[in-house]
Design a protein around this ligand. Structure first.
Ligand SMILES: Nc1ncnc2c1ncn2[C@@H]1O[C@H](COP(=O)(O)OP(=O)(O)OP(=O)(O)O)[C@@H](O)[C@H]1O
Length: 315
């Protein structure tokens, strides 16, 4: 059986007094997309740079394609592609020439022209790196990471700051690479990106894994009935009308005094039609007209908020 693409156990990385990675563990299975999702400063870049062999760890173990990235750098180089935040491309290098040079280091590269075309860089072939826009620089870095047909690809914040069209092109490329069997480990603080691309999501906060699983696993175990109503809603009264093991949370309070409520239940039968009827009957008896009443599954965003107490976008 092939080893996991990446296996991280109890990883610790300190910078002086700052513990950036604090006994982090996760496994990225081969042939899948694994997203490390977390707010800025969560320790994602430090983790991925240790996996890439660019940084050493203070303690813990890291295996990349079954090998130690600090010791087996030469063996891993042809097998691993890395798109880093600091691209490491010389400022004077011309886009097309640089990508062709990168391709020449590999035995069976993807056609550089094809990649430039796919990533919207064909017109910038002769442009030096320093004159590319931030988004173009990122896409060239992505092209360099994939040109050698790696078995494993590390992508650090691959679409941060990209416009929607460039983001879609990147997502399409990641999807195709995954279909071709490439293992991908990416970091992101975009919930949609993790939800859309990843087979497995590792939620990281303050350098620790706070949840780990498929998006479906992380979000499936609970449904909620959400609605908007005044802040003064008699939630105690509503709770007494509901089966035991039900709860009501205020998810959000607007400036206008309206709140977004979420009802969940562990009662037998769960959140089915009868449960909804009980709630709406109580609304009718108490003169409450709810806004946007809907039953929905938790999103990754809800899970993140619940686990960290923070909104990923605000952190
Ligand atoms: N070279 C360094 N020296 C000192 N502190 C650092 C260094 N690199 C990172 N840190 C600190 O370590 C913590 C984790 O940073 P890291 O870049 O790994 O997180 P991140 O989740 O990737 O965030 P971002 O998305 O902002 O890059 C932060 O508090 C950061 O300030």
């Amino acid at each position: 059986m092939s080893p996991p693409a990446v296996e991280v156990v109890d990883l610790v990385k300190r910078y002086g007094p700052t513990t950036a990675v604090d006994r982090l563990s996760f496994t990225a299975p081969a042939g899948t997309v694994t997203a490390l999702l977390g707010p800025n400063g969560a320790g994602k870049t430090s983790t991925i740079e240790i996996c890439e062999g660019f940084r050493g760890a203070d303690s813990g173990s890291v295996r990349v394609l079954g090998l130690d990235p600090r010791r087996a750098g030469n063996a891993l180089k042809p097998r691993v592609g890395a798109m880093t935040q600091a691209a490491g491309i010389p400022t004077g290098a011309r886009t097309g020439e640089w990508l062709r040079l990168m391709a020449s280091f590999h035995a069976r590269p993807v056609s550089p022209d094809l990649l430039l075309d796919r990533l919207g860089l064909a017109a910038a072939q002769r442009t030096p790196f320093r004159r590319l826009s931030g988004g173009q620089q990122q896409r060239l870095s992505l092209a360099c990471a994939v040109v050698g047909r790696p078995e494993l690809l590390f992508l650090d914040e691959p679409t941060a700051g990209l416009d929607p069209q460039a983001r879609m092109a990147t997502w399409d490329l990641v999807g195709e690479l995954r279909s071709a069997g490439v293992s991908i480990v990416l970091t992101t603080h975009y919930m949609e990106e993790a939800e859309r691309l990843a087979d497995r999501v590792v939620i990281i906060d303050h350098g620790r894994t706070v949840a780990d699983g498929s998006t479906a696993d992380l979000t499936a175990d609970r449904q909620e009935l959400r609605f908007g109503a005044d802040a003064g809603l008699d939630t105690e009264g509503l709770l007494t009308a509901l089966p035991a093991a039900s709860s009501i949370d205020v998810l959000h309070t607007g400036a206008d005094g309206r709140c977004l409520y979420a009802i969940a239940t562990g009662a037998p039968g769960g959140l089915g039609p009868e449960f909804v009827a009980t709630v709406t009957t109580w609304f009718a008896a108490n003169g409450v007209l709810p806004a946007d009443l809907r039953v929905q599954r938790r999103t990754l965003e809800d899970v993140f908020l619940e686990l960290t107490g923070r909104d990923l976008r605000e952190s």
